[in-house]
Design a protein around this ligand. Structure first.
Ligand code: ATP
Ligand code: MG
Length: 254
């Protein structure tokens, strides 16, 4: 049953929060598939340059939340606003144009095309050719493996390489916010922390806001500013990432 008091445990902040206006505000979002409800009034906010981890058990609704934010899934209730504008139910293409991109866990790439063409497609919304080139240099610097494999057809990349390419495609659009669904998926443990550190740096240097959905809790908390914990379609806790990291053990929360 819908429990309003419990749902209100994590609520959207006032717009004039002292540490700056949030770029994304999700307010009591309700969403699901066919007859099944998955999100029961989920709220979160993210400021520019902030890395926010969203953590929770399998099936908690993390991916559903990202899809409902970016327009891949139509919310049944609640509101999403981005840059002060209400975007609930806005289509995904308009969200990308506006700088809100989703990078799915299953590494969405154009399998028939070489790495460079994949990245070019990611940057199609950038009309300035020079800016596009610069962006390409930035992405190849972030993921040097992609530079080594730039002529290789994406379908023949390893799983980890494909995941990096899919993040690269998302970054090519020069987003204001990136919703990263399990970026560590399929990536060797040694590389995960390096990629997360690069994501952190991107947020710091360019003010990109990041929502980081992860199974790899410790690695995510090390680079995040704040963390939200989800359980069965509800936000049960929001706290600074360093506080969550000090906890050391999170399974009781999941
Ligand atoms: N397309 C769909 N149709 C019907 N049910 C779905 C669909 N996608 C997800 N679900 C269900 O919604 C619930 C939440 O799924 P979701 O993918 O959001 O969880 P998650 O937190 O991302 O889990 P994981 O950590 O395993 O990725 C699950 O019970 C799942 O079975
Ligand atoms: Mg998921």
């Amino acid at each position: 049953m819908h429990d309003r008091a419990r749902d209100a445990a994590v609520t959207a902040p006032a717009a004039d929060a002292s540490s700056g206006e949030p770029l994304l505000v999700v307010d009591r979002l309700v969403a699901g598939y066919d007859k099944s409800e998955v999100l029961f009034g989920v709220s979160l906010h993210v400021r520019p340059g902030e890395v926010v981890a969203v953590l929770g058990h399998n099936g908690a609704g993390k991916t559903t939340l990202l899809k409902a934010i970016c327009g891949l899934l139509r919310p049944r209730g609640g509101e999403v606003s981005f840059g002060g504008e209400r975007i609930t139910n806005r289509d995904t293409a308009s969200n990308v144009e506006d700088g809100l991109v989703f990078s799915p866990a299953d590494a969405a790439v154009f399998r028939e095309l070489p790495v460079l063409d994949n990245l070019a497609l990611g940057g199609f919304t950038e009309r300035d050719g020079q800016a596009r080139q610069q962006r390409l240099r930035d992405v190849l610097e972030l993921f040097p493996i992609l530079a080594q494999r730039e002529r290789q057809v994406a379908g023949t990349l390893s799983g980890g390489e494909r995941r990096m390419l899919s993040i690269g495609i998302a970054l090519m659009s020069r987003p204001r916010m990136i919703l990263l669904d399990e970026p560590s998926n399929g990536i060797a443990p040694g590389l995960v922390d390096r990629i997360f550190a690069q994501v952190r740096e991107l947020a710091r240097a360019e003010g990109i806001a990041v929502v980081l959905v992860e199974q790899n809790v410790r690695s995510a908390l090390r680079v995040a500013d704040r963390a939200y914990f989800m359980r069965s379609g509800r936000m049960i806790l929001e706290e600074p990432a360093d506080v969550a990291l000090a906890r050391g053990e999170w399974w009781d929360l999941f």
